[in-house]
Design a protein. Structure first.
Length: 230
């Protein structure tokens, strides 16, 4: 029988609203600044090549489908750019490319938080699934120890989200510094790039908030289960 606990909304709603706001914020910033041509009239692919050379990096740059799907993959040392970023000479492209190059620089320098996040990928992918199964099983058989074990596994997702924050914030900081030092930006374009990156950073904060809210709800349920046993 399906059962929905209204208390779940008390925990989940604030984080969900933050996630919706963050998504609106990043979409708005991207839509605004992707329509603003940068002063050098240089497309994202050329920005990537310039910044990679400036940092002494010789990496592959490839296309990737979708919008706002740009990313750096440290496994194959490749920078992936969406078509809207790679081919457009926009201010948004400057910000996004510089951010991803920031990740490439982190990787080349052995940035410790980035290494930690890479190590957490596997636990974060399987931990929540295992945790949810153990959590539900523990409730059905009324075994609090199994419930708490499920919560422990589920917390891997939160740990990954928290580990992601310094990596993303640092990449944005590096991006802005690279743009300031380069000859790629005109007056006011660094501030515009910062607006795009700040909006994007909020999505990672929202993701961490969602993981935390779900974990707190599970802890709430576990504590109630134990109090009933007592």
């Amino acid at each position: 029988m399906f059962y929905f606990d209204p208390m779940y909304l008390l925990f989940a709603a604030p984080a969900l609203l933050l996630a919706m706001f963050a998504q609106w914020k990043v979409s708005s910033a991207y839509d605004k600044y992707t329509k603003v041509r940068n002063s050098k009239n240089i497309a994202g692919i050329e920005v990537a090549k310039y910044l990679l050379r400036a940092n002494g990096l010789n990496l592959n740059v490839q296309g990737t489908p979708g919008q706002l799907t740009d990313h750096y993959d440290p496994r194959n040392k490749t920078l992936y750019l969406s078509q809207g970023v790679a081919q457009q000479p926009s201010v948004a492209a400057l910000a996004i490319v510089a951010h991803e190059v920031g990740h490439a620089v982190q990787d080349s320098q052995g940035y410790l938080p980035m290494r930690l996040r890479a190590w957490l990928v596997a636990p974060a992918n399987i931990g929540p699934w295992i945790g949810y199964i153990l959590f539900i099983a523990g409730i059905f058989i009324n075994m609090s120890g199994l419930v708490w074990l499920g919560i422990l596994f589920f917390s891997a997702g939160l740990v990954f989200s928290l580990a992601t924050l310094p990596v993303e914030f640092n990449a944005s900081s590096r991006a802005l510094e690279m743009l300031r030092k380069s000859a790629l930006v005109g007056a006011g374009e660094v501030d515009a790039a910062q607006a795009v990156l700040t909006a994007a950073a909020l999505t990672y904060v929202a993701a961490a908030a969602q993981s935390l809210s779900q974990l707190l709800y599970y802890v709430f349920v576990a504590l109630n289960l134990r109090s009933r046993d007592d």
